[in-house]
Design a protein around this ligand. Structure first.
Ligand SMILES: *[C@@H]1O[C@H](CO)[C@@H](O)[C@H](O)[C@H]1NC(C)=O
Ligand SMILES: *[C@@H]1O[C@H](CO)[C@@H](O)[C@H](O)[C@H]1NC(C)=O
Ligand SMILES: *[C@@H]1O[C@H](CO)[C@@H](O)[C@H](O)[C@H]1NC(C)=O
Length: 279
């Protein structure tokens, strides 16, 4: 063996030795990090608005392409509403005492704005929960939802998330005489600031029961640092498309404000309105 070959072998050995120790070091390092920690990060409002629009409202790039095609043939705007994801929505609103009355008001305001921006046919129901869950209104039209939300009272009590999920399943998903459009799936939007504290061992089981009916669960997790992150992550149908982080209720309003209203959807075709803060 020539000395050159020996040198190459020696260098290669050093190289791999270096690699494997780096690997071990990295493994040790990630082992210490809480895997849920990354969900604490609060993305910029614009990013959250775009993600929410794509996943909750169902306006994605394939819809954009169809909109562009249809536009050329100038098909009635009414028919374009059929391109939106078709679903009825259920708002589940945390009304526990860890929330301040003004934050509760902000949340209702954000949901009113959201309702005002979506298409006309969608129907909405709402549940609030603190020590118990209460259906505040059955599936209602867009206009009725906006006025019904104004009347939802603040409760201040414990955080009985599992009761809210159970009520949602039994009274709004499985029950048919409640104003929902027949044959459409439902999407649940939970707005909460943290983990449940009443029969909390049932929370994730109830969420799973809802998901088994084909209902997607979206979560708006409000707060700079969430204590109950593992529960929140388990509630959402997925972490990449169904879990949203905002620092406070003002942040939630800001995100909703960035979503363009339904009647300006046409703008979608001509310019990138999502990056235009005027809406
Ligand atoms: C809109 O859709 C309806 C039924 O889906 C159809 O009859 C009508 O012709 C459509 N209108 C236009 C302008 O395409
Ligand atoms: C509501 O909560 C209270 C206190 O936790 C409880 O005593 C009561 O039975 C609950 N009501 C319903 C309808 O579940
Ligand atoms: C919702 O509908 C159900 C079934 O028709 C009814 O029993 C219930 O009282 C309604 N709830 C509200 C809040 O209107």
């Amino acid at each position: 063996m020539s000395s050159k070959v020996l040198l190459v072998l020696a260098l290669a050995a050093l190289h791999f030795a270096g690699d494997s120790s780096a690997y071990i070091w990295q493994r040790t390092k990630t082992f210490d990090v809480d895997p849920l920690e990354r969900f604490q990060a609060i993305p910029p409002a614009r990013e959250t608005a775009e993600k929410f629009m794509r996943n909750f409202l169902g306006i994605d790039f394939s819809v954009m392409r169809i909109l562009k095609r249809r536009h050329r043939r100038s098909i009635a705007m009414d028919n374009i509403s059929k391109l939106y994801a078709q679903f009825d929505a259920i708002f589940i609103i945390d009304s526990s005492r860890s929330i301040l009355p003004k934050d509760f008001k902000n949340t209702l305001h954000a949901l009113q704005l959201l309702t005002g921006k979506a298409d006309k046919q969608r129907r909405y129901a709402a549940i609030t929960f603190s020590h118990n869950a209460t259906v505040r209104f059955n599936f209602s039209s867009k206009q009725d939802t906006i006025s019904n939300l104004r009347k939802v009272p603040f409760e201040a009590g414990k955080t009985n998330t599992q009761d809210a999920l159970g009520t949602c399943l039994n009274e709004l998903i499985l029950e048919h005489e409640n104003g929902a459009r027949p044959g459409l799936r439902k999407r649940v939007l939970i707005v909460t600031d943290g983990q449940s504290n009443v029969a909390k061992e049932k929370t994730l089981m109830r969420a799973a029961q809802i998901k088994r009916t084909g209902t997607q669960i979206f979560v708006i997790a409000v707060g700079r640092y969430m204590k109950g992150m593992s529960e929140i992550v388990g509630l959402a149908s997925s972490t990449d498309a169904h879990l949203y982080r905002v620092a406070n209720t003002k942040g939630f309003i800001k995100v909703i404000r960035l979503i363009p209203p339904w009647n300006i959807i046409k703008e979608y075709m001509t310019r990138s309105w999502l990056y235009n803060p005027e809406y």
